[in-house]
Design a protein around this ligand. Sequence first.
Ligand code: ADP
Length: 496
Amino acid sequence: MNRDERTRVLQISAEIFPVLKTGGLADVCGALPDALARSGCDARVLLPGFPAVLAALTRGRELASFSLPWGEQAVLRCGHLAGVACGRGSVTAYVVDAPGLFDRPGNPYLDDQRRPYADNHRRFAALAWGGARLAAGIDPQWAPAVVHAHDWHAALAPALLKLWGPAAQRGVASVYTVHNLAYQGIFDSLHLRELGLPDQAFQMEGVEFHGRISYMKAGLHYADHITTVSPTYAREIQTEEQGCGLDGLLRSRRDHLTGVLNGLDPKVWNPAADAAIASSYDVESMQGKARCKLALQRELGLERAARAPLFVMVSRLAEQKGVNLLLDVVPEILRQGGQLAVLGSGDPELEHGLQREAKAHPGRVAVVLGYDEALAHRMFAGGDVTLVPSRYEPCGLTQMYGLRYASLPLVHAVGGLADTVVDTDLATLEDQTATGWSFREFTAPALRHAVRRAFALHRRPRDWAQVRQTAMGQRFDWEQAGKTYVSLYNRLLAHE
Ligand code: ADP
């Protein structure tokens, strides 16, 4: 295909792996450019000028400067983003450089007291305005045919493409992907004009949400098409129970809403070629996994017990992730001779709860508070069971890593967890489709019962080995997701 015929897509997000990551959003946005390129797109990305992003920008040049609606100046830089693949090279990235907004160390959204920055409305409006400027042709060499915005941080972009004349004239198509409906970006209505939104946008059929401005709603209302990260979550968010107050809008847009399951990047997550783990292994030779387990037990100060089932969890420590349920079933894990290792950070109360367990059960429960990418790999490689008891889970990635690394996922059957894990029972054992365990009720007894079933399988080594084999054979790669997005873009462009 001629370079110029490829669909030009601008992906807008606040995070991108491996440059800046607080969760799954970064993994997805880091893998998508290459997946899109392989499916015939000319994909570029737009990011806020956080210190980590500017540091990763190579061959960066100043493209243009522009005024934000509240008077601040921003510079749009363009370069390549080291470490983010796209076709044969690294992805071309645009960066909104506005030091007054983004030059802050640490978490991209929260201050050092873990409170959202008071000017987050401006920070992420600046990102969206960068997208609108690109759509309107600020780069004479390249303008997108499709803008693909991710989560509330980028969600004003689809609105500006419809509401701001210079962008609206270009007829650029927009796709908005919801990675988590619960994080909405809600701000005081006083900011409307300052953000450059016209008064008519502040209504039910617009960005207004209970008297305030909702960035999430802007994305959901104005985007030409909405996607979310698993088919089950796409259905769940249309219900009152999981719709976070937006289920009516989502139902009204159901013909423009698609669930596209995230993939796993095999260049990053592959136990046969993973520099972070103690010993490589694959489905044909699993001895390396046993070595990884012993190495992890040593690293975390757990008893070196090859036969004790090791339950691992790598997660943001938020109520959503079911940490309270897990705390309730620690006694069951220990009673049956298991071990527990948790890597995570977040809610101080949950952190303390986990630390209490580690203190009470040295050698059997280990908790590492913080964020450690390499240790996450060693946890999946060393674990026997990966816990994902989330109350809700749009897609979830750690269960996929657990499958790939034969650390069998034990999950609450919701969202992407329901779409990726096959519960073990006699029938799924017999037809060799079982890959883990899932429980339906979000209660401690239900989780406890699933944990008991995991121990029961562990006592049957042949069945355990078979489930591991099936798990490792699952393929959730980006190729399929990339193709789905590209056919969606092309459909939108054909309908213009
Ligand atoms: P979410 O995006 O809701 O946090 P996902 O399961 O979609 O959940 O993605 C979480 C990603 O963040 C995974 O790649 C997981 O390995 C990673 N992760 C979460 N917490 C940590 C941590 N403390 N250290 C390293 N990686 C982590």
